[in-house]
Ligand binder design. Sequence first.
Ligand code: NDP
Length: 284
Amino acid sequence: MAAVLLDGKAIAQGVEDRVRDRVDALKAKGCIPGLMVILVGEDPASQTYVNNKEKACQRLGLRSRILRLPQSASQEELEEAIRAANEDSSVHGILVQLPLPKGLNEARALALILPGKDVDGFHDINAGRLMRGDKGVVACTPKGAMHMLKSAGISIAGKEAVVVGRSNIVGKPMAMLLLQENATVTMCHSRTQDLPAHTRQADILVVAIGRPRFITADMVKDGAVVVDVGMNRVDGKWCGDVDFGPVSERAAYITPVPGGVGKMTIAMLMENTVLAAEEAWAGQ
Ligand code: NDP
């Protein structure tokens, strides 16, 4: 039987509708939620991502500002831009578009963003809070993936969850979120021995490795929930890390690519920015 599709577009639309209402409520009090995106250099993919973020702000009524620094910008110039955004009370969320050009220190730049304005959730403080299970800003992609599971009413507690990929922006925070929801979590990576033996145990399988159609049907348990975070461009088309057709014959639920987790990421960025604005307003 074919799996139920977890429709990122529809779920993200629901999130955006609620964010829009919260933006309106803030505006009625005199606060316009503002996002500052700092883009260094001219990487075409980054330009597209930044434009998409700006469009989302426009759709939902947030104020967006893009600060474009040249490819040749120094670490000092980047850090000065972050400090200025930290001090600007009309900026509630700050996002440094990654990757930065070679020669710039990403970790140092991210560590400068005030944790309350770190709407990507990449700051050490927010990553640490997630690790401890404390309240903080949660990275947009794993937060969006969790939201998809919950909105489909998928139960997580007590389930075997396997996360393939251990990056700081997807795999690790995803594993922490599943653990918070009381799943039994296994993390796999490029050095994992016998990956299929692990993935076949998964009631919930999350894949974020950046390898087109790597997870095949024989690696998936019957009736599993499969969340495909991968975004790969093959012959001019997007595909995930999961071999979608055959796997969807075996899984109970599956996220498509495109139209799955990717749709959730920007919606969660908007939600994180509005949350930051609400907290800044409440703290005044
Ligand atoms: P990274 O390159 O930072 O991490 C990839 C991870 O996959 C690493 O932990 C690596 O292991 C692991 N890995 C690579 N090959 C294998 C393998 N053969 N078997 C098991 N594990 C493997 O990637 P990201 O986390 O940044 O992104 C992953 C994918 O998700 C990409 O396709 C990216 O485009 C996509 N993505 C999508 C987003 C969205 O909005 N939908 C947002 C962010 C990312 P090791 O640590 O051992 O090297």
